[in-house]
Ligand binder design. Sequence first.
Ligand code: SF4
Length: 327
Amino acid sequence: MNGTIRQFGEKVVDGGILDRTEAEKLSALSKDHLQDVLYFANRIREKFFGNEIRVCSIVAGRLGGCDQDCAFCAQSVRHNTRIGKSVTVLTDDEILNAAKEAKEKGVPHFGIVYSGRAITEKELARIEKLIAKIKSEYGMGVCASLGIISADQARRLAKAGAERYNHNLETSERYFSKIVTTHNYSERVATITTALDAGLKVCGGGIFGIGESEADRLDMAFQLRELGVDMVPMNFLHPIEGTPLGHSKELEPMEILRIIAMYRFILPKANLKVAGGRVLNLRDLQSWIFTAGATSILTGNYLTTAGRSAEEDMQMLADLGLKIKRD
Ligand code: SF4
């Protein structure tokens, strides 16, 4: 066992936090001593989360036709993808059925996701009703991901019963403009603080494998820690033909595990939710994410790529002796 990794690991297990210099040292060591890092990432997870895992599913209430230009996303009208060029809006029944189906498969949390920069008043009024209905009829925790929201919209979502608001930073402030040019990083940070101020919990993370550096990854982790985000979705690029990143090389499975473990060290008490790219990029190593420190998964399909069935994920958790956290 590498002595520095042991020292940092014990510090975090004992309730301490790593500063930026320590995180950089750990990052440098992690490439040659990955098993040591994974060992402590797992211990940190067990210390703060026991054997409980949070599971959620999402539905694309509005898919495609987005006027923004996020380079990794198939839903932008600015990219040459089938999804980007058309807009699909699900009916109330389709959204409710998706929630019901998730509930029947044992998934306790459900998110409604809309493509686009923001939502209109009419869309918000509809989503308020859907949130209230899913909560009362199925007893699920409901989350929303609706782009940039105002303080009033955030308060209305909280009042309707939304538990969480999803809004990702995507990457570091420094790298953000290489990935998105139609809105800026400060708008993303502001939306997260707006949601928190309204009493919503925030699900905010980003995407890896988009050409970012290790320093960008660390920047985002520290920014999320500063914001107090307690649920961090970690997406791993699945390159989609027709997007600017369509020919990027996927991250190797062991590199993905290393990134998750680094985040576990830096954000010991935040849930780390492995989301897009899990199935396609990790392949047989999917169940290793928990050893790397993940405490949450998005099950079922992702927004524009296929995921894995809830049944298979539930079996994986049972086989690992992990329990689903229901509240
Ligand atoms: S990530 Fe969201 S805002 Fe960006 S292009 Fe895709 S749907 Fe639009």
